[in-house]
Design a protein around this ligand. Structure first.
Ligand SMILES: [Zn+2]
Length: 719
C-alpha cells in the first residue's frame, strides 16, 4: 500500500493557509445560503422529495465542514496571530449561518414532511430515521418555532455566545503563556531529570520570547546561564514542579498563579494590552444561556442541555452525583488522613492544596515503591503505540499501518496511519499529533474531522478520518518520548474515541461514529479503552525499557496495580465537585453573575470537598469545558460514562479481556452503530440489561457502605 485511496480525501496541508481556508469557508457558506434562498416553502412536498432535498443540502455542507474543520484544527494545534485572526473573524459568520439553518422554515418543513408520512418514515433505514429525529429536535432547540422577533434575538444570543467563548479560551491560553518564573539553583531541589529538561526547554522559549518582544537584548540573553530553568504554567511543567519540587514556597507560588489564571487576580494582559480577566465573560455567558433557555420554553439552561442527553433530569443527575459522593467520602477521608500523616514527616503541619501532589508522590514512593518517573523508561512512545495497535488487533481484528512519509502533515512530528479490517478492507485513517509545543492548546483530544459518509446521487464516498492530539513530553536528548502511566492512559483514552469514530459502519454522516451520540455516553468507548492499560497482559504488550528492552517487571506491575486506586476517593470527590458546580450554575434562576458563580462554587465545596480550598482559588475562570467547550451542564458526563464503561468492561472481566467474541459484540453493538440508536439501546444490546453502578464502585475501590438499602438506592437503572 503506497498511495492513499481517494475515499480518504486527505488534506493537502501545504495549501491550507489561513487565507485559503477563509476563502473556502466563505464560499461554502455563500453556496449553502444560495441553496437555502432557492428552496421553496412547499407545504405539499412529498416525503420522498423532502428527503432528497435534505440529503442534497447535507451534501452541500460537506465543503463547509471540511474547510472549517481544518481551520479550527490548525487554530488548536498551530495557533498564531494569522490563524487566530481568521478564526475569530469567521466565528460570527459561521454562527449566523448555523442559526439561519436552524431557523430555516422550508428546511424544517421538509424534515416534518418526512416524519409525518408515517409509512415512508417507518421504511427508512434506522440510521436515516434517527438522523431525521435528531435534526428535528435540534431545529426545535434552535428556535425555529419562535416568532420572528424572538428568532432574531435568539440569533444574536448565539453569535454573542460563540464570540464570548472564544475570548474566554484565548484569555486562558494567553494567561498560561504569559507566565514565566526563572528559578534560582536552590529552587530546583527535588526535581527529576525529565522535569529539569522541561524547565530548561521553557527557559529557551522564554529567552526567545523576551528577545522578540524587545524586553531583553541579545547581550542580556547571552549573560543568562544555559540551561536556564524557567517555570511556566504549561501543564507538563506545572505538574513536574507540583509533584517534585521540595521548595514549598515555590509550589505555593506556582499553585496560586495557576488557579488565578484569567481571574481578577491575574495581572497579565494580551498583546493588545487588554485584561485577561474572565469574570465578566462568565457572567455574560450564563445570562445569555439563561435567556436562550427561556426563549425555548425551558426553566433554565441545564434543562436545555439535558434534553439531548441520556440522563433525564437535573434531579436525576444531582442525585447520581450526591450518591456517588456519599459512596466515595469514607475512602476520601482515609486518603486525606494518609496524606496528612505523611505531611508531618516532611515538616508540614497543615496540608495545603500545593502539597497534595508532592506528598502523594512521597506516599507512592514509600508505600508502593513506585513513582511515575520510575515508570517512564518502560513506556517509550513507539512501544506504547505498537502495543496499543496489537491490543486492538486482538480485540477487533483490525490492523494499523503507518504511512506518514507520503502524506501531507501540518508539522513534522505528526504521524499518519491507515486502519484496515481483518479482511484488508480499508476502514479509515488517523493522525497522531502527540507532543506539546507552543501554540498548541493544552490537553488531549480526538477530533472526528471527516465522517464515514456516502451520497449515491453524486457517487460520493468517504471514509472516516480523525486527528488525535496530545501534549506529551517530546523526545529529549536522543531518547524517544517516554510516557508516564497517566500519559499512557490518555493515549488509550483518545484512541478509544478514535475507534468509535473510525469503526462506524454508518454512512449517514450525522449519526456516523461519534456524531449524534449523547454527550453523557460519548466517553464510554474512551474510558473503556483505558482498562487495557491497567491489565497485566495489556501492559506486557505496551512496555519495553528504553535501554534494556525488558517489559515492566512484575514487582513494578504489581505496584502499579496497587497504586491504581490510590487517592481515588479524593479524585472522585474532585470530579463530583466540578460536575455539581457546573450543573448548579446552569440550573439557577435567575441567571447568575460572577458573584453568584463564586457563591455556588463555595457551597458545592462545603457540601462535597473534605479539604479546604484557598479563598483566592479561581478554578472556574479556567474551566474551559463548560465556558468554552460543549460541556455546559454536562461535566457530570465523565462520571456517568465511567459507570457505563466500567459496567461494559465487567463483561470482559467475566469473558476474558481479550475474548474476541466479546470484542466483536462490543464493536457491533457500540462502536459500529455510533449515534444511529440511543446510547441506552446500544448499551443494553451489549450488556443484555440496563447499566449498574456496581462495577464502578468496585473498580474505584469503594468497598464500604454496601448495605442493601444503599445498594438499592444507587443501583438505579442508568438509563
Ligand atoms: Zn474523552
Amino acid at each position: 500500500m503506497t498511495s492513499t485511496p481517494s475515499e480518504l480525501h486527505l488534506v493537502d496541508f501545504t495549501n491550507a493557509t489561513p487565507d485559503t481556508l477563509q476563502d473556502q469557508v466563505i464560499s461554502a457558506i455563500d453556496a449553502a445560503n444560495a441553496f437555502l434562498d432557492a428552496m421553496p416553502a412547499d407545504s405539499n412536498i412529498s416525503a420522498k422529495q423532502a428527503l432528497a432535498d435534505v440529503m442534497r443540502f447535507d451534501h452541500m455542507n460537506l465543503a463547509l465542514d471540511r474547510s472549517w474543520g481544518i481551520l479550527s484544527h490548525l487554530n488548536s494545534v498551530m495557533s498564531n496571530d494569522d490563524i487566530r485572526h481568521v478564526h475569530h473573524e469567521l466565528l460570527p459568520k459561521l454562527s449566523a449561518y448555523g442559526t439561519r439553518v436552524g431557523q430555516h422554515q422550508p428546511l424544517f418543513s421538509r424534515y416534518q414532511a418526512i416524519v409525518n408520512d408515517t409509512e415512508f418514515f417507518a421504511a427508512l433505514e434506522p440510521a436515516r430515521a434517527r438522523a431525521v429525529e435528531l435534526a428535528l429536535r435540534s431545529f426545535e432547540l434552535s428556535g425555529v418555532a419562535l416568532p420572528k422577533a424572538e428568532q432574531e434575538k435568539f440569533a444574536a444570543i448565539q453569535s454573542e455566545l460563540s464570540t464570548l467563548s472564544a475570548t474566554f479560551s484565548d484569555h486562558i491560553l494567553d494567561a498560561t503563556q504569559a507566565y514565566a518564573l526563572p528559578l534560582a539553583q536552590e529552587q530546583l531541589a527535588g526535581l527529576t531529570e525529565s522535569g529539569l529538561a522541561l524547565l530548561a526547554d521553557a527557559g529557551e522559549q522564554y529567552k526567545a520570547r523576551e528577545l522578540a518582544s524587545g524586553a531583553l537584548t541579545q547581550a542580556d540573553i547571552d549573560a543568562l546561564p544555559t540551561p536556564y530553568y524557567v517555570v511556566s504554567l504549561n501543564i507538563p511543567v506545572y505538574l513536574a514542579v507540583m509533584t517534585h519540587a521540595d521548595d514549598r514556597n515555590l509550589r505555593e507560588t506556582l499553585y496560586r498563579a495557576y488557579v488565578t489564571r484569567a481571574s481578577e487576580f491575574d495581572t497579565h494582559s494580551n498583546a493588545k494590552g487588554e485584561s485577561l480577566n474572565n469574570a465578566d465573560i462568565m457572567g455574560q455567558i450564563l445570562q445569555l444561556r439563561e435567556q436562550k433557555a427561556k426563549l425555548l420554553g425551558f426553566d433554565n439552561y441545564a434543562e436545555v442541555s439535558l434534553s439531548t442527553k441520556m440522563a433525564d433530569s437535573v434531579t436525576e443527575v444531582e442525585t447520581f452525583l450526591r450518591d456517588l459522593a456519599a459512596q466515595a467520602t469514607p475512602t476520601a477521608k482515609q486518603d486525606l488522613a494518609q496524606l496528612q500523616k505523611y505531611a508531618q514527616d516532611y515538616g508540614i503541619e497543615e496540608l495545603q492544596p500545593w502539597d497534595s501532589a508532592y506528598i502523594a508522590e512521597k506516599v507512592k514512593q514509600s508505600e508502593f515503591s513506585l513513582s511515575q518517573e520510575e515508570i517512564r523508561p518502560y513506556f517509550p512512545l513507539p512501544k506504547v503505540i505498537s502495543g496499543l495497535f496489537t491490543i486492538v488487533e486482538r480485540l477487533y481484528g483490525i490492523k494499523v499501518q503507518e504511512q506518514s512519509e507520503s502524506v501531507s502533515r501540518w508539522h513534522d512530528d505528526v504521524r499518519f496511519y491507515q486502519l484496515f479490517d481483518a479482511d484488508d478492507t480499508l476502514l479509515g485513517g488517523f493522525y497522531f499529533d502527540l507532543f506539546t509545543r507552543s501554540g498548541k492548546r493544552g490537553g488531549a483530544w480526538m477530533s472526528g474531522f471527516q465522517s464515514r459518509y456516502a451520497y449515491a446521487e453524486q457517487d460520493h464516498e468517504q471514509l472516516p478520518v480523525c486527528f488525535m492530539v496530545g501534549n506529551f513530553t517530546p523526545a529529549i536528548g536522543g531518547k524517544p518520548s517516554l510516557l508516564t502511566h497517566d500519559e499512557v492512559l490518555t493515549l488509550f483514552h483518545e484512541f478509544g474515541h478514535g475507534l468509535h469514530h473510525l469503526l462506524t459502519q454508518v454512512t449517514v454522516g450525522d449519526v456516523a461514529g461519534v456524531n449524534g451520540v449523547e454527550w453523557d455516553a460519548v466517553e464510554l468507548p474512551s474510558q473503556f479503552m483505558e482498562n487495557w492499560a491497567w491489565d497485566a497482559e495489556g501492559i506486557a504488550l505496551i512496555s519495553s525499557h528504553v535501554e534494556t528492552g525488558e517489559p515492566l517487571p512484575t514487582d513494578k506491575l504489581e505496584a502499579l496495580l496497587a497504586v491504581k486506586n490510590f487517592q481515588s476517593g479524593m479524585q472522585t470527590l474532585r470530579q463530583i465537585e466540578f460536575a455539581l458546580f457546573d450543573l448548579l450554575i446552569h440550573a439557577h434562576t435567575p441567571a447568575l453573575d460572577y458573584d453568584g458563580i463564586l457563591a455556588t462554587l463555595n457551597s458545592v465545596r462545603d457540601d462535597i470537598a473534605i479539604m479546604q480550598t484557598p479563598d483566592y482559588n479561581r478554578f472556574a475562570n479556567g474551566f474551559s469545558h463548560i465556558f468554552a467547550g460543549g460541556y455546559a451542564a454536562g461535566y457530570y458526563s465523565y462520571k456517568w460514562a465511567e459507570l457505563l464503561s466500567a459496567d461494559a468492561f465487567s463483561k470482559f472481566e467475566e469473558d476474558g479481556i481479550f475474548n474476541p467474541i466479546t470484542g466483536k459484540a462490543f464493536r457491533e453493538t457500540i462502536l459500529s452503530v455510533g449515534g444511529s440508536f440511543p446510547a441506552k439501546t446500544n448499551f443494553e444490546n451489549f450488556r443484555g440489561r440496563s447499566a449498574s453502578i456496581d462495577a464502578l464502585l468496585r473498580h474505584s475501590g469503594f468497598k464500604h457502605a454496601k448495605n442493601d438499602a444503599d445498594k438499592a438506592k444507587t443501583t438505579r437503572e442508568v438509563i
